[in-house]
Design a protein around this ligand. Structure first.
Ligand SMILES: Cc1cc2nc3c(=O)[nH]c(=O)nc-3n(C[C@H](O)[C@H](O)[C@H](O)COP(=O)(O)OP(=O)(O)OC[C@H]3O[C@@H](n4cnc5c(N)ncnc54)[C@H](O)[C@@H]3O)c2cc1C
Length: 465
């Protein structure tokens, strides 16, 4: 790419981020959810849209079941926070926005029963009031519980990794409208996690929470090689960690490490303002001054410049909000889970590829234990490291993501189906083996005539078989 083309791309990206960053700050997160307006449904980033013949918002599970039974083709939507066209349907789009109630919450047993359209932030707030919380969460809380189940939400953790670990039972509607209640051991229960809705809409979930806690989040620049060499020690010392690698420098000296640990310390004074400031700083550097990020990655973490530009900091927050962060720019993501012992080699190849292409991206790495209840999912069936590339929508992603995917495949990667992926049914059969066969048997029983099928799910679960 010529210097002029690179400059043009960089300016276009900066303009794009400035506009959307300001829009986010001034309008709040509401405009950053999937929404239906003037007959059209769009996902959170406006990158996918559809005009369904019928947009249904049932207020009861019985109504939802009736709509499912009577519909031709149907897809279900939650918060519209996925990065692909999996929710789209031109026939019936079933929104669970009105199925968003807490049915029952019992502080003694720590069990909560919710309708699946409830947003994670609302569930977190209700749990917090009862002295309860969830032990691990992902990086945002705008999604619906049903959408998180449908993609087997993972966070990062030594002892806990998934929302599915805490789910005790589900209600799922089959294509003929029958509503089934299922729990661990039932094949439908395990298939529903990560199924992106092809086994039917999940309309209710029973979740076992834990006592609420404060979370101390520390952010620091650390020596890359020493940290990679001592990963097991780092994980033993911390309950949750994630790394931000900065593409553009394969020989980077340092990497940014976030660690979250439960604490009995009181919350930091003005933690909300400090959290926002830190999110804005991250946004400013990664969106507008990638050269600073690259410089920080290239220099010693104890140097004066590093300490000035990216000082270590620690923030104690309520556990209900401590895992999440706001992202002020609209972007695309691809993410694969690779076997834990492959992560170093895989990250290094991804970074090398991005460097060769002169493509700036923050690459986030997270870890989970082998605890998912899903049949399919990025972290199902093994201890996992996740490698995620996030690129602003104004950057071309297709070719870079295709090359990243080839690297993920070579390292035994499992796709996150809420994000970008080009996998086909043939790939899924190779990746998941007998788990995929079990999944397809459940899918066939739940939806024998392909009511929940669209172009995306046909590719992911059928193409090439
Ligand atoms: C900023 C951001 C941060 C993210 N962070 C993480 C993270 O840390 N970890 C992680 O794992 N993922 C993460 N994701 C991905 C996101 O959690 C998933 O894409 C999730 O599915 C979104 O939930 P939703 O309610 O918005 O679902 P939607 O986008 O509405 O739907 C996603 C898919 O699930 C299906 N679906 C939705 N509701 C149901 C239901 N009730 N029953 C059956 N199927 C259903 C839809 O048909 C669609 O195929 C992130 C996404 C964004 C945009």
């Amino acid at each position: 790419m010529s210097f002029l083309d690179r400059l043009k791309l960089r300016l276009a990206t900066n303009l794009f981020d400035a506009v959307h960053g300001v829009r986010y700050l001034t309008t709040g997160s509401a405009r950053h959810e999937g929404h239906f307006e003037d007959g059209e449904w769009r996902n959170w980033s406006d990158s996918y849209r559809v005009r369904p013949a019928q947009y249904s918002r049932p207020g009861t599970i019985e109504d939802a079941a009736r709509i499912v039974a009577q519909s031709g083709k149907l897809r279900v939507v939650g918060g519209g926070h996925s990065f692909n066209e999996s929710p789209l349907c031109e026939d019936t789009l079933l929104s669970l926005d009105r199925l968003n109630r807490i049915i029952e919450i019992d502080p003694a047993s720590r069990r909560v029963r919710v309708e699946a359209g409830i947003r994670l932030r609302d569930l977190n707030a209700a749990l917090w009031k009862q002295g309860l919380g969830l032990p691990v969460l992902g990086s945002t809380d705008t999604q619906s519980i049903g959408g998180l189940i449908a993609t087997d939400l993972h966070g990062t953790g030594r002892d806990f990794g998934f929302l599915s670990e805490r789910v005790r039972s589900l209600k799922v509607i089959a294509a003929d409208g029958e509503t089934k209640s299922v729990s661990a051991g039932d094949p439908l229960f395990h298939a529903a996690f990560g199924a992106i809705g092809v086994c039917g809409p999940v309309v209710e979930a029973e979740i076992e929470a834990v006592p609420s806690f404060h979370l101390a989040k520390t952010t620091e620049m650390v020596d890359r090689i020493a940290t990679e060499n001592e990963i097991e020690t780092v994980l033993t010392r911390n309950e949750h960690i994630s790394f931000y690698y900065v593409a553009g420098d394969t020989d980077s000296e340092t990497v940014r490490m976030h660690a979250w640990n439960r604490t009995t310390d009181p919350v930091t004074e003005d933690w909300e303002e400090k959290k926002t400031l830190s999110e804005l700083t991250d946004f400013g550097i990664s969106a507008f001054a990638p050269a600073i990020a690259e410089l920080l990655a290239a220099i010693d973490e104890d140097s004066l410049v590093s300490n000035l530009l990216a000082p270590d900091h620690r923030l104690v927050m309520p556990g209900s909000v401590g895992f999440g962060r706001r992202l002020f720019y609209r972007h695309d993501e691809i993410e694969y889970g690779v076997p834990f012992d492959q992560w170093r080699a895989c990250v290094s190849e991804v970074m090398e590829m991005l460097n060769r292409r002169d493509y700036f991206s923050v690459v986030e790495v997270r870890f989970t234990p082998n605890k998912s209840q899903a049949l399919l999912g990025p972290g199902a069936g093994r201890r996992t490291a996740y490698i995620e590339l996030a690129a602003p929508l104004s950057q071309p992603v297709e070719e870079v993501y295709r090359q990243a995917e080839a690297i993920f495949f070579a390292h035994g990667g499992q796709p996150h189906l809420g994000k970008k992926t080009s996998v086909t049914g043939k790939d899924m059969a190779r990746i998941f083996g007998p788990r995929f066969d079990q999944f397809r048997a459940v899918k066939q029983r739940q939806d024998p005539h392909g009511k929940f099928r669209n172009a995306f799910t046909a590719r992911v679960f059928e193409q090439g078989l």
